[in-house]
Design a protein around this ligand. Structure first.
Ligand code: SF4
Ligand code: SF4
Ligand code: SF4
Length: 260
């Protein structure tokens, strides 16, 4: 373990030790008391700074149409920020960091910056462990069936049969987006009745998710630890069974964790 990792780990231990009591009242271990999220919405990968984004996004929906995970939405008139602009609600569907970033390639105006064509250039925000005391791993509870069923319920491409039977079948003629979304469910199935490491094991950061998130020991069990490479895609937020994690849009690791 590097000295930096050691320091970070101490920080988590201290924060959760203040306990999980302090956490609830303070609203989350990773939110410094005076930390204020800069933006209301999580934008798709490659989004230019918010002010430019609001003027460059022409509400065409091209990014949304090419997203194989169906995670991009367009703001409606009563939305939080910029009528018609593209955004992601990670609790409903996170971004899975497609290798070639089709959303960025499809954007005709550069609201999603075409220079951001690889994972090392993309930064959407940073995940935080907002409700540690709800974490199944901390409580040594196994992953219940309902935690997996809820992802079937909001995966739009499934047939009625697949949704009802909670079982996916990858057909030879399935479009690529069906295959990708079904593979998420297939992978998730393996966690039923097991110790929960969903957030760490399903993180799509490549080449090595452990650079973005990992499970660390805590006195009563384990907790996820967010690491420097986290890009704030929100896949962990969607998949966590107990709503432990959040993404702070456009925040940097340094702003949240004070280092890096
Ligand atoms: S990287 Fe892929 S999953 Fe993420 S928003 Fe773009 S198209 Fe969708
Ligand atoms: S920890 Fe991984 S899954 Fe979670 S927001 Fe960061 S990069 Fe995405
Ligand atoms: S997904 Fe991660 S944060 Fe959520 S309950 Fe499981 S181990 Fe805890």
């Amino acid at each position: 373990m590097t000295p930096e990792e050691k320091k970070r780990r101490e920080f988590i231990k201290k924060a959760t030790g203040l306990g999980i009591l302090g956490v609830v009242s303070a609203g989350g271990i990773a939110l410094a008391p005076d930390f204020k999220p800069k933006e209301k919405r999580l934008r798709p990968p490659g989004a230019v700074p918010e002010k430019n984004y609001l003027s460059l996004c022409i509400k065409c929906g091209q990014c949304l149409q090419v997203c194989p995970y169906d995670c991009i939405k367009l703001e409606d008139i009563e939305g939080k920020a910029g009528f018609g602009t593209a955004y992601i609600v990670p609790e409903e569907r996170g971004c899975y960091l497609c290798k070639a970033f089709p959303c960025i390639l499809a954007c005709p105006t550069g609201a999603l910056d075409h220079e951001d064509d690889s994972i090392d250039k993309v930064h959407m925000g940073v995940a935080i462990v907002k409700r540690p005391n709800a974490c199944l791993a901390l409580k040594n509870e196994k992953v219940p069936r309902s935690a997996i069923d809820r992802i079937y319920d909001h995966t739009k491409i499934l047939s009625k049969k697949e949704r009802e039977e909670k079982k996916v079948v990858i057909e030879p003629n399935d479009p690529e987006k069906y295959v990708l979304q079904k593979k998420v469910l297939e992978k998730l199935e393996k966690f039923e009745g097991q110790d929960c490491t969903i957030c760490a094991d399903m993180c799509p950061f490549i080449p090595d998710p452990s650079l973005a998130i990992g499970m660390v020991d805590h006195k009563t069990g384990k907790l996820p630890e967010i690491r420097k490479a986290c890009v704030g895609c929100g896949a962990c937020v969607e998949l966590c069974p107990t709503n432990v994690l959040e993404v702070v849009p456009r925040a940097t690791y340094k702003e949240i964790y004070g280092e890096g």
